[in-house]
Design a protein around this ligand. Structure first.
Ligand code: GDP
Length: 455
């Protein structure tokens, strides 16, 4: 199917050595050739060979000295005829080149549209397409490895293997349903149970690796909680000062909540600075406090900082009551001073909590606290086996596991093959949505919405 010609700047915005305008679609070479003046026409240039020349506007006026190259389908990123213009870096010049391409008849590409076309043209499956964004956003070597593994198809292949096992089993179950008059069933009960258990185990194994990859990709959102003066800001500084070189500040949803990101064992630790939680003195501040509270609720884990140099107070007990049932770690701070709080005191309030004795001032225990957080989320999976996945893909895997569980119950509890077939079919659909088999537009829109323009 021929799609229209799309174009976008594929390099980052701002000053740089070069800028690349990518143009994809049948006829893109001809289109670019129309605004290109070089020693040899692009139409006479073999694919994947650079041509040097100038890019001109509608009046024949030169915009920039450029290198152009074209790729013959299907050997291109999108699988279509792709033409690239390599111009000088700088926000204005790349923009001018793009404008000329657009006035020559191309359409501005939507976010992720090049990758979407690569998927639609069968170059990659949907799971691979989603890993592209993982590569772009990777914050650590481990996250990059996990994303590269997924792009090369490792995640997709594991999903496909399970998909095929479900498919083979479904065929037998359906056959039994279609031909009930056969004396010998196509599938006996114990074999069905055995196969389903194997599929369930495969899925669980994959979920562990996927969860690790997701952790490397998304990181852990951490909120520091505790009453004033216990050392929250000091702890934040202790986290950050050690990792100064790799710390980045990302403005949160508002200017009131700042997120600092550092990586520990390859996992981005996203520290939400909720230092603003205090009694609001005016309306503007009240909004800030409200947002800080929301950040606290949305955090994956809360570090409750306690002043270990003072006995627990009523305020502490109130904070503890809010933490019960939510993932948290208790950091007993100021361990360089005599300790007035014991682990037992804390376990009286929050049984089973992880308690870490630290000193934000001297830095003792801070490294262990970071390990605690990663351990809490990495679970049984080792970090170097991660497969890059999005939350969406993880959810589909989880639902597939649930559906297989239903099928298993149906066989074991004699609910009948109808129910088993339904479970198998549900599981199949989940995996189809991961791989993008018969994906509808709304699913693709949701997947590619997070992409940048030009990718
Ligand atoms: P916050 O209000 O919870 O953010 O607390 P701060 O980080 O501002 O710390 C309050 C006070 O406790 C400051 O005077 C810090 O220097 C001090 N403090 C913080 N952590 C430690 C620590 O580990 N040991 C000691 N001795 N003092 C600390």
């Amino acid at each position: 199917m021929d799609r229209d010609i799309i174009a976008a700047i594929s390099t980052a915005w701002g000053e740089a050595g070069i800028g690349v305008v990518k143009v994809s679609g049948k006829g893109s070479r001809n289109l670019v050739n129309g605004i290109f003046r070089g020693a040899r026409s692009l139409l006479q240039t073999p694919p994947r060979h650079m041509s040097y020349g100038r890019l001109v506007d509608g009046f024949g006026e030169a915009i920039d000295e450029v290198l152009v190259v074209w790729f013959m389908p299907p050997k291109s990123y999108t699988g279509e005829e792709v033409t690239e213009i390599h111009c000088h870096g700088g926000s204005l010049v790349a923009k001018r080149c793009l404008e000329e391409v657009l006035s020559a008849g191309a359409r501005m590409a939507d976010p992720g549209e090049f990758t979407r076309r690569a998927f639609l043209n069968g170059r990659i499956d949907l799971a691979q397409a989603e890993s592209v964004i993982g590569i772009i956003r990777a914050r650590s070597a481990e996250a990059l490895k996990a994303a590269t593994r997924s792009l090369s198809g490792e995640f997709s292949n594991r999903v496909k293997e399970i998909y095929e096992k479900i498919m083979n089993l479904s065929v037998l179950v359906e056959a039994d349903l279609d031909f009930p008059e056969e004396d010998i069933p196509f599938l006996d009960n114990s074999e069905a149970v055995e196969r389903l258990q194997q599929i369930g185990a495969d899925l669980s194994k994959l979920i562990v690796r996927a969860r690790t990859g997701n952790l490397l990709r998304e990181g852990i959102r951490i909120a520091l909680v505790g009453r004033p003066n216990v050392g929250k800001s000091s702890l934040l500084n202790a986290f950050l000062s050690e990792a100064r070189a790799i710390v980045t500040s990302i403005p949160g949803t508002t200017r009131d909540v700042i997120e600092e990101v550092l990586t520990h064992r390859g996992v981005p630790l996203r520290l939400v600075d909720t230092a603003g939680i205090r009694r609001p003195s005016d309306e503007a501040e009240a909004i800030g406090v409200e947002r800080a509270r929301a950040a606290l609720l949305e955090a994956d884990v809360r570090i409750w900082v306690i002043d270990g140099n003072e006995p627990l107070r009523g305020e502490d007990r109130e904070i503890a009551s809010h933490l019960a049932g939510k993932p948290h770690i208790v950091a007993v701070n100021k361990a360089d001073l005599p300790l007035e709080v014991s682990s037992d005191d804390i376990h009286d309030l929050l049984p089973g909590s992880t308690v870490r004795i630290i000193s934000a001032e001297t830095g003792s225990g801070v490294e262990d606290l970071k390990d605690d957080m990663v351990r809490l989320f990495a679970g049984g999976g080792t970090l170097d086996e991660g497969l890059n996945t999005t939350a969406r893909q993880l959810e589909e895997l989880r639902l597939a596991g649930q559906a297989i569980g239903h099928a298993l119950e149906a066989f074991a509890g004699a609910l009948g093959e109808d129910a088993a077939a339904a479970g198998l079919s549900d599981a199949r659909k989940c995996l189809e949505r991961i791989l993008g088999i018969s994906a509808d537009d709304s699913l693709l829109d949701a997947v590619f919405a997070s992409f940048c323009i030009g990718k």
